[in-house]
Design a protein around this ligand. Structure first.
Ligand SMILES: *Cc1c(COP(=O)(O)O)cnc(C)c1O
Length: 364
């Protein structure tokens, strides 16, 4: 085993149960980006077994993979540029998001072509200036009235839900309500209204509506460690553990430069271990010695720059670590995903999604 991602499905199930107990909304499990790096199909199936009644992905390709593997749960794809295969999506019973008039036209045409009414969720931009209808709204209200689509949902997305006291959240909710009222005045009454991501799920009960879109917290991670607290404080259990094999262990004298550029030198006579993962596997190149691995019962910090396929850790002079040992890179024993994110100047979302597909996923 060169390197492996271990995914604890029980943790996923527990995290969903925790969220489910605290809401009356239906749960949409967000499984985009290969289920945040945890593996699309196993996570989707686990989420459904754990009570999720919806699935959400960004891309149609992801949605097709789910349908091809026999998943029949209601499923939304929300990032579908005009070139997306809307006909195949409608054929495969995939709900489509409508963020523009152009999308509405394309989806209506695709529905006609396949002889089936498309199921759609109208997306409104309520203050993030990213996805959703904004300037075209009034025109859209007219166009949607006669359009041959089934309006299943109405939705938006928070920009700053990880700052619960931020007034921008309240403004987004007000804008959302106003637009929903205008839509209803046209006689269109979507059955499912949805807005909340993990941060809003955890902090803002009034944003839950009919469906909550649960992403990072399903995987056991805090949407923002600084403002909302750690996984532990939120009673969430991180599902992903990353491990790799020790390629070499060697003794080096004090003052030895380590890695490309010799950016760090050993501060004493010590032992180093060479770990068989690098930036091509998703280990951030700029990770500092604030992260490292857990090996032979102790933490060993990174020393020097991360290379493409390997990095080096300082074991200390007395470590019992041996060539061929398995090092935990992040997991329950040593450094957490959040420790790594901080040491690399990024967020836990990026840490888990960037682990390359060349690293196998195994499930327990
Ligand atoms: C990714 C995503 C989510 C999930 O966000 P988390 O912060 O991971 O819970 C919800 N809704 C949309 C539209 C998304 O793209």
């Amino acid at each position: 085993m060169r390197a492996v991602v271990e995914v604890n499905l029980k943790a996923i199930a527990n995290n969903i149960a925790l969220i489910k107990n605290a809401t009356s909304a239906e749960i949409l499990a967000v499984v985009k980006a290969d289920a945040y790096g945890h593996g699309l199909i196993p996570i989707a199936k686990c989420a459904i077994q754990s009570g999720a009644t919806w699935l959400g992905v960004a891309l149609l390709e992801e949605a097709f993979t789910l349908r091809e593997s026999g998943v029949t749960t209601p499923l939304i794809a929300w990032l579908t540029p005009p070139s997306a295969d809307f006909k195949a999506a409608i054929d495969s019973n995939i709900d489509l998001s409508i963020p523009s008039l152009r999308h509405l036209e394309l989806v209506v045409a695709a529905g006609k072509a396949v002889g089936k009414t498309p199921r759609v969720h109208i997306e409104v931009d309520t203050g993030m200036s990213r996805g959703g209808l904004l300037g075209e709204w009034q025109e859209f209200l007219i166009a949607i009235k006669g359009a041959d689509v089934e309006v299943i949902g109405f939705w938006s997305h928070f920009a700053r839900a990880d700052e619960p006291d931020e007034i921008a959240n309240e403004k987004q909710l007000q804008e959302f309500e106003a637009k929903l009222t205008e839509l209803r005045e046209q006689g269109i009454n979507p059955k499912y209204v949805h807005f909340a991501n993990s941060a809003a799920i955890l902090t803002n009960q009034t944003s839950h509506n009919d469906i909550i879109r649960l992403g990072i917290s399903m995987y056991g991670l805090s949407p923002d460690v600084k403002t909302l607290g750690s996984s532990e404080s939120l009673n969430l259990e991180p599902a992903m553990t990353l491990k790799a094999e020790v390629h070499l262990v060697k003794r080096v004298p004090a003052g030895s430069p380590v890695g490309y550029g010799g950016t760090q030198k050993t501060s004493r006579d010590t032992k180093l271990a060479i770990i068989t993962m690098g930036y091509s596997d998703g280990i951030p190149r700029n990770t500092t010695s604030a992260a490292g691995v857990f090996i032979a019962g102790a933490k060993a910090p990174i020393i020097g720059r991360v290379s493409m396929d390997q990095f080096v850790v300082d074991l200390g002079p007395d470590s019992d670590a041996k060539i061929g040992d398995i090092a935990e890179i992040f997991g329950p024993l040593g450094y957490s995903i959040d420790d790594w994110a901080q040491a690399a100047g990024t967020i836990n979302y990026e840490m888990v999604t960037r682990i390359a597909t060349r690293v196998p996923r195994i499930y327990a």
